[in-house]
Design a protein around this ligand. Structure first.
Ligand SMILES: *[C@@H]1O[C@H](CO)[C@@H](O)[C@H](O)[C@H]1NC(C)=O
Ligand SMILES: *[C@@H]1O[C@H](CO)[C@@H](O)[C@H](O)[C@H]1NC(C)=O
Length: 374
């Protein structure tokens, strides 16, 4: 740990294993089926929910998200989870009054399933003192920053993407940072290939040697930059498209679209993060995603959100000074965060998280990447 000026790196080296948006029939995924079988063998216990308001909401939810369950038992099982998630959304609403929580595409997935699939499989979520070998650069001037700022206004951010049932958030966070840096350097916005990272990147953290990038089972953005520096660059989405499954590495160096020169970690101070964001470009960020399962919109500013349990990789693209809130409590500064769960989730695919409180650990794993222009 370094004292002074907020240059403190107490970073969780556990892999970011992401949240997995489920769509279609969860029974198609054997892993999920196994989990559900172990958890609730007695589906008929949910019979008491039949004909209730919860079931009506569930039927609406199934229509809205095109959900189908192949057996009556699965229907009852998912209805039971849905009813529990209605309660959980209400709890989140009470803990996070400036955001709106409710029914989302994840409402038929239990908290256990959701966490099991995205929390630290390898590192177990334990915090480890970690110092990046790429030391953050000198402190930046923060006095002249605009009151609000958004890289989307300048065209540096691609459309919201969808990671699917693959713990590849770290790859989307990485491509987002490189897409932004490349746009700022060249004026060209390209969709870059997450699949190259999922298939080809096995690089490990320098300090935490077991934290290695591992396709759909998680990874770290700083590992991915190192892989790309060594590999010679990253292909475009069109030449190496996303499949959402780990496969054989098909990277061809002649197809490289952007070369990565270097990367840096950003101090935990949120004014510094804002300054890097404005002066450098969109930043890759790790955070604790626990409130994201039920998030619908508004500024999320939970009263309690673990800062050490980072499990999700996202992209910081901007900030606002006065967040809208339906409850009128939410006029507070917020970060604008691009997620990779499709456009139907959250604020058109984005998460608004309150700024200035190190909320959900969003200030502890922030990195910037530099592209090579030649
Ligand atoms: C990126 O891909 C999306 C989805 O295919 C597409 O809508 C968008 O236009 C692409 N953006 C760029 C800059 O090519
Ligand atoms: C990468 O950045 C670090 C500091 O951020 C610097 O010391 C190093 O020389 C850079 N490497 C290259 C190849 O530019």
């Amino acid at each position: 740990m370094k004292g002074g000026g907020g240059l403190v790196y107490a970073i969780v080296a556990a892999l970011l294993t992401c949240a997995l948006p489920l769509h279609g029939n969860p029974e198609n995924d054997p892993k999920i089926l196994q989990v559900t079988e172990n958890y609730h063998p007695d589906h008929h216990y949910n019979n008491h929910l039949l004909g209730t308001a919860a079931e009506l909401k569930f039927i609406n939810f199934m229509q809205e998200y095109g959900k189908e369950y192949s057996t009556r038992a699965e229907y009852l099982h998912r209805l039971g989870i849905f009813a529990k998630n209605l309660i959980r959304a209400a709890e989140h609403q009470a803990l996070d009054p400036t955001a709106v929580h409710g029914v989302t595409q994840f409402s038929d997935v239990s908290e256990d399933e959701f966490e099991r699939m995205y929390m630290g499989v390898k590192g177990g979520g334990s915090a480890a003192a970690w110092e990046n070998e790429a030391v953050a650069t000198a402190e930046m001037e923060v006095g002249d920053l605009p009151e609000s700022f958004d890289w989307r206004w300048r065209g540096a951010v691609t459309e919201v993407k969808m990671q699917g049932t693959c713990g590849s958030c770290w790859a989307f966070s990485t491509t987002g940072a490189i897409e932004g840096a490349n746009f700022i350097a060249t004026g060209k916005l390209l969709n870059l290939s997450e699949q190259q990272l999922v298939d080809c990147d096995h690089s490990c953290d320098a300090k935490e040697k077991t934290a290695c990038d591992d396709g759909c089972s998680g990874g770290l953005m700083t590992n991915a930059y190192k892989y790309l520096i060594n590999a010679g660059g990253i292909e475009e989405e069109t030449s190496y498209p996303y499949t959402g499954k780990k496969g054989e590495c098909k990277f061809r160096s002649e197809k490289v679209a952007v070369k990565v020169a270097n990367f840096t970690t950003i101090p935990v101070n949120e004014d510094q993060i804002a300054a890097y964001l404005v002066h450098h470009g969109p930043l890759a960020v790790g955070l604790n995603a626990v409130f994201m399962q039920t998030y619908i919109g508004g500024v999320s500013c939970p009263l309690i959100c673990g800062k050490k349990w980072l499990n999700h990789g996202v992209l910081l693209v901007g900030y606002g000074s006065r967040g809208f809130s339906i409850l009128r409590l939410g006029y507070k500064p917020y970060w604008i965060i691009k997620n990779s769960w499709g456009k139907r989730w959250g604020e058109n695919g984005y998460y608004h998280l309150c700024k200035g409180h190190g909320m959900c650990g969003m200030n502890t794993m922030v990195s910037a990447v530099m592209t090579q222009t030649s």
